[in-house]
Design a protein around this ligand. Structure first.
Ligand code: SF4
Length: 605
């Protein structure tokens, strides 16, 4: 009988018995040898802009071919990729086998300048990634990855000769946050960063910022500054996906203040997951001028809007940027690109949960049928209108054998939509502005949130903006002031407290009737996009826009929705940013569900 063998790919150092698996469940042991369970197999292969990896100081605006598999060597609470790594066996059936030469050929066909392994941890597919990296290098393509950095020294030594750029996703600077992710020590990660820098690999680092973890983040900046002060540090404002607690989410203002402090340690500090933030720009360390202007481009993503030639500031200082700056950026279609794919899959899961087919209940053929570029690309258009959403529910119901449940969900939603329409029909339309995060980030006019406003009898001023981003664009103070909205909504996805929003308006000289009256409302997570719970958001918007006509009892409606579609009797709160989170008993703060006073109970039965 063969003994268990130690896997030496990452510092978890799992001992794997014959036929067994380690922590990541992506390797097994056969005849004394550790083998990949799914060699040369990928879940997603698609062109993306390099800033969605994210990499900011290497070949800005480059189009690269992103590949991902499934699984991770860590288990971090609230992981943005949780839907890709949570249940390997369920997702693995959707992996597609593609030899390295075929991936390289696809990169060339798509006009990509490089290949990048991200979305999940490359260590779980290291032999495949090494084969791909070798083939890509031979073909003159650049090679990069995004990793938790927990490789063993010998594993990283094999990869370094092929690597052009790498993003290390840090959990903090001490061992404690690594324990939260199921790892023992921070030291191997910093050892590996130093090894990459020594060997000429372009290194960027990202660090998760949870409320209360300021010293961990500051410690990470200090560690990096000792390795190289040129390492850009991306501060990932924590957004509680999965089961994580909303109270761990720092506000954008708190995050910007931390970034300002970190700049005393490292010159290139960037803030992510914060639409409209000033902290995504590259500011010249010499004179304070802006060399790169960027805007929010989805979770963990950025888009370069403007760049000074050769990364040189008007004062003459040159930002250390490797590779050429492309004149134009690549715009991914629909939900493709970066971590938007994980959001798309989570929106599908959100519907599955309501149909009673969430988690392991989905039939085996379901995920392979939806984890295709075409489905995810089309998904984007289908989730932007109410009728499109009904069609999506029916499509998912058909794919998972739950058509009666799908019709039941559509019927429940459409009954309430019709009631909102009938109550607001013919009423004067208040001017409404819908933003995400901060006042100067406007959602695209074609977004679902705008459809909700218009269904609830509002006039969305977002329709006057012709520029488009993902999911919106930065706007100027002049544009904001010209909107003159009487009501403002802040998206429930990447959100902000209304008081922070108002403070920002006042400090930046932004004026609107909504600001004067304090008519600024933060939507609860999942109430305005991505989850069938949007029907609750629709009723909340109707109450706020037309208090004379609408007084939906949101407590009752929420309890009813959770009881019927999540099987919970308790009226539960929306505790995280997951679109599909099952309910957990919790307390909703008053302002998140506040509506007009003296509302009547209009139960829909
Ligand atoms: S790569 Fe996977 S199996 Fe190998 S040591 Fe790391 S977690 Fe364990």
């Amino acid at each position: 009988m063969t003994d268990s063998q130690q896997c030496r790919i990452c510092e978890q150092g799992c001992r794997i018995p014959p036929g067994g698996t380690g922590i990541c469940r992506m390797y097994t042991q056969e005849d004394g040898t550790i083998r990949e369970r799914y060699p040369d197999s990928y879940l997603t292969i698609m062109p993306v802009s390099i800033e969605t990896v994210p990499i900011l100081h290497h070949s800005p605006r480059a189009k690269v071919l992103q590949v991902s598999s499934t699984g991770c060597t860590f288990s971090c609470p609230g992981c943005v990729s949780g839907v890709l790594i949570g249940d390997i066996e369920r997702i693995a059936v959707a992996l597609k086998r593609l030899p390295p030469e075929a991936v390289v050929a696809r990169a060339n066909q798509e006009g990509c300048s490089g290949i990048v392994f991200c979305l999940n941890e490359p260590a779980v597919s290291l032999p495949s990634f090494l084969r791909l990296a070798r083939a890509a290098s031979d073909a003159g393509l650049s090679v990069g990855c995004s990793t938790n950095g927990y490789f063993t020294k010998e594993a990283l030594d094999q990869l370094i000769p092929y690597l052009d750029f790498i993003n290390f996703g840090l959990k903090g600077s001490s061992d404690q946050p690594y324990h939260m992710c199921g790892a023992a020590h921070a030291a191997p990660v910093y050892r590996n960063i130093a090894a990459c820098v020594r060997n000429g690999v372009h290194v960027e680092a990202s660090v998760m910022y949870l409320k209360g973890s300021e010293e961990e983040v500051a410690g990470a900046a200090r560690h990096l500054s000792k390795i190289s002060p040129e390492i850009p540090l991306q501060v990932m404002r924590f957004v509680p996906f999965g089961d994580a607690d909303l109270r761990q989410e720092p506000t954008i203002l708190e995050s910007e203040s931390l970034c300002d402090r970190l700049k005393q340690t490292l010159p290139y500090i960037y803030l992510f997951n914060s639409p409209g933030t000033r902290c995504l720009n590259t500011v010249c360390p010499s004179c304070g001028g802006i060399v790169f202007t960027r805007e929010f481009y989805g979770p963990m993503g950025a888009r370069t809007v403007q760049a000074l030639p050769e990364a040189r500031c008007t004062c003459g200082f040159t930002i250390p940027v490797k590779g050429a700056i492309s004149a134009t950026g690549f715009e991914e279609p629909g939900m493709l690109g970066g971590y938007r794919v994980t959001r798309a899959l989570e929106m599908v899961e959100a519907i599955l949960v309501c149909l009673g087919a969430g988690g392991k209940a989905a039939p085996p053929a379901f995920w392979p049928s939806v984890v295709s570029g075409e489905f995810i690309k089309d998904l984007h258009d289908r989730i932007q209108t109410i009728d499109g959403y009904f069609g999506l529910v029916r499509d998912i119901g058909a794919r998972c054998g739950k058509m009666p449940e799908a019709e039941g969900l559509v019927g429940y939603l459409s009954e309430r939509v019709d009631l909102v329409r009938s109550r607001t029909s013919g009423a004067p339309k208040p001017r409404v502005y819908y933003s995400m995060g901060t006042p100067l980030f406007a959602l695209n006019a074609g977004r679902f949130e705008i459809a909700l406003v218009e269904t609830a009898g509002g006039e969305a001023v977002n329709r006057t903006i012709s520029r488009k981003g993902k999911p919106g664009v930065n706007i100027s103070k002049e544009e904001f002031n010209a909107f003159s909205p009487s009501v403002i909504f802040i998206s429930g996805f990447l959100s902000a407290p209304a008081e922070d929003y108002l403070r920002t308006c006042r400090s930046q000289g932004l004026s609107a009737r909504a600001v004067d009256k304090g008519a600024v409302y933060t939507m609860p997570p999942g109430w305005d996009f991505g989850s069938p719970r949007w029907v609750l958001g629709l009723m909340k918007i109707a109450n706020l826009l037309h208090p004379d006509r609408c007084s939906f009892d949101l407590d009752y409606e929420r309890t009813e929705f959770y009881r019927r579609f999540y099987g919970s009797d308790a009226g539960s709160a929306d505790q995280n940013r997951s679109f599909s989170n099952p309910p957990r008993p919790a307390t909703v703060t008053k302002d998140t569900i506040s509506g007009p006073q003296g509302r009547q109970n209009i139960p829909l039965r």
